[in-house]
Design a protein around this ligand. Structure first.
Ligand code: ATP
Length: 199
């Protein structure tokens, strides 16, 4: 399977872009969704977390108490390492399995941490959805009710725009409207069909 890695900072338009490719029949695997799936109640990683931390790591409905876990691994780096050792390999395995099951002409892996996490290694080609920081902040705040400072902190913790731009094979500018984004993605989609067919 020829796999496109799709990335971008918070509020850059990754979902808007992956929705476009999905409308063309392309299978989209979202790394954030897979990361949640591997810790659903009853899954091996969920069981391991429950065994290690007990019920304090769970909410009343047995789902993970993410706020508690976040604080725990923030305070104790060794616990972060342990948690990642339980979740990261399973996320990777599930991403690979879902990509292999795709029946479309090519498949897409959407990940905000495509370059940071090493997930780019699972892809043949990468596409960055790119906007300036002020647009990221404006769109992310109007969508999530997060305040601008929270979004700025998240942007500061993510890979810099310049670094992403230098790593990506293709860049789509999402600073204008959705029609302008779709126009660029239409051309890129044609090029990906050719690449996938000729590999
Ligand atoms: P996150 O990483 O935070 O999940 P994302 O990269 O998936 O974000 P989207 O959810 O696609 O980004 O877009 C962020 C917000 O901006 C959404 O409310 C979306 O509808 C809006 N948006 C995306 N692209 C455009 C555009 N070209 N014009 C106007 N609004 C847009």
């Amino acid at each position: 399977m020829w796999v496109l890695g799709l990335t971008g900072g918070i509020g850059s338009g990754k979902t808007a872009a992956s929705d476009f490719f999905a409308s063309k029949g392309i299978t989209v695997v979202d790394a954030d969704i897979v990361a949640r799936e591997v810790v659903e109640p009853g899954q091996p990683a969920w069981q391991a977390i429950k065994d290690r931390f007990g019920d304090q790591a769970l909410l009343a409905d047995n789902s993970l108490n993410r706020a508690w876990l976040r604080e725990k691994v923030f305070a104790e780096p060794e616990e972060r390492k342990w948690l990642e050792s339980q979740t990261h390999p399973r996320i990777r395995d599930n991403i690979i399995r879902q990509l292999q099951q795709a029946t479309s002409a090519y498949a897409i892996l959407v990940s905000p941490l495509l370059f940071e996490s090493g997930q780019a290694l699972l892809t043949q080609h990468t596409l960055l959805i790119d906007v300036a920081e002020d647009i990221q902040i404006a769109r992310a705040t109007s969508r999530d009710q997060n305040n601008a400072d929270q979004i700025r902190r998240i942007i500061a913790a993510q890979m810099s725009r310049a670094e992403r731009r230098s790593r990506a094979d293709d860049i789509a500018d999402n600073s204008l409207g959705l029609a302008e984004l779709h126009q660029q993605l239409e051309l890129l989609h044609s090029s990906y069909l050719l690449r996938a067919a000729s590999q």
